[in-house]
Design a protein around this ligand. Structure first.
Ligand code: DX5
Ligand code: ZN
Length: 217
């Protein structure tokens, strides 16, 4: 059985008290914290950048899982490392030379993740499966929290898992977007190792309980 990792996305949390959000995650069964950096160019939304990551680093003891939705990711790898990122996941679509970025991320001592939007064929990831530490399959189009889960994700996961088997790849599989208590069991059974969840955790009355249920589903 896969190890089940929950990575709460703070995009849906209350930014007026970031320290409390970090403390809640510290107390929870989530092993990671998911941080969505958006630049208003790669996606039609702007979220937050280095100062927020540094503030989270100060208060959060969990693994910093940073998902960058930005153009020219290669320019900022060192800055993300300095800001406390431990897993840095960039978009294949935004990368001129994905292998070079993977190498840069590793040189900075971070784990490297690669991700694609739901309309990009899974096949494009094949050359990188033995190079990355994680593949993130987006189950909504990157840019906003609170969107509905795209059901075709399960088929994409199966296709990716087959490719990984053929290549004997051991990278983790993360799924991000519209994840909730209803679809979490099916996502784990299709091979997800890490589930990102924003709205379903932070818009709930009791986020700790949702994390606990998701982790033990
Ligand atoms: C979307 C982000 C997600 C988002 C998930 O671009 O990558 O991490 O915060 O939010 P929910 O769980 O609300 O779909
Ligand atoms: Zn994300």
């Amino acid at each position: 059985m896969n190890k089940k990792i929950i990575s709460p996305s703070i995009l849906a949390a209350d930014f007026s008290n970031l320290q409390a959000v970090c403390e809640l995650i510290n107390q929870s069964e989530a092993e990671w914290i998911h941080l969505d950096v958006m630049d208003g160019v790669f996606v039609n939304n702007i979220s937050f950048g280095f100062p927020v990551l540094e503030a989270v680093r100060k208060h959060c003891r969990k693994m910093m899982d940073v998902h960058i939705m930005i153009v020219h990711p290669e320019k900022y790898v060192t800055r993300f490392a300095k800001a406390g990122a431990e897993m840095l996941t960039f978009h294949f679509e935004a990368a001129e030379n994905p292998q070079k970025i993977i190498d840069q991320i590793h040189e900075e001592g971070m784990k490297a993740g690669i991700t694609i939007n739901p309309d990009v064929p899974v096949k494009v990831l094949e050359p990188f499966l033995n190079q990355v530490d994680m593949v993130l399959l987006m189950s909504v189009f990157a840019g906003y929290g609170g969107q509905p889960f795209i059901e075709e994700t399960y088929e994409r996961m199966d296709e990716l898992k087959k490719m990984m088997e053929l290549k004997k790849a051991t990278c983790l599989l993360e799924v991000d977007g519209g994840v909730n208590l209803e679809n979490a069991p099916k996502l784990f059974s299709h091979g997800a190792n890490v589930l990102v969840a924003g709205s379903s955790i932070f818009k709930a009355e009791n986020p700790l309980e949702i994390i606990q249920q998701m982790k033990n589903c």
